[in-house]
Design a protein around this ligand. Sequence first.
Ligand SMILES: [Zn+2]
Length: 244
Amino acid sequence: MLKRTEGIVLKTIPFGEADLIVTFLTYDFGLIKAFAKSPRKIKSRFGSSLEPLTYSKISFWGKEDANLPRLTQSDIILPFKSIRERLDCFLKASEIIELTVNMLPEHEANKKIFTLLLDILKTMEKDCGALLTAILYKVKFLDLAGYAPRLDGCARCGKSGFSFYVSHGAILCENCATGMDSHVKLSQGSIRLYESLRRWDNSLAGRIKPSGNLFAELSGMINDHIRYTLSKPLKSEAFYNLTK
Ligand SMILES: [Zn+2]
């Protein structure tokens, strides 16, 4: 059956001499992999529409939950070319793409995550230096995907606290954390910033500038949480830090 939707190219893997396996985040079917015949040939009908981050109208043949439906059409809506042309910007985008590919199950539509990714890419395309883009994406994504850390008081008794225990993905108060020692101290400001990021409209990422300290503290904690949840660091995060 022919299916139509909109998709963002998250990843491509070469297959054979000229074919590609493309991972898309789609509006209607969530994360899917599709087989593209000969896009690497010069006169391919896919043109440049399978470049990473490209947002297109796509059609594919086969059940979307089949192993590899075949991509039949891909028409660019937005190429996000400026992001791809700047290394620092592309690495920042790669980090959130990698998070998305690694954490989302395939074939489960999540329209809010699709819209979030699209909005954040639009902000990055306009202003690659906007400080909050990656962290806003991470915080809202974790929330929508069901992996949000809990910072609104002790996860066991509700008492207020500022020590984040990465193994619990939550804040625990002194009493409840007896015997545990590995934690990160958070300030009230970064907890407040976190709660704001969860609620903010996606478009605010490009407009608000928090203090550097709060931003660094919250980013560190979110990256620890992601590393623990995935049981590995994001490759692009390590690479991005090297190039800063
Ligand atoms: Zn407690």
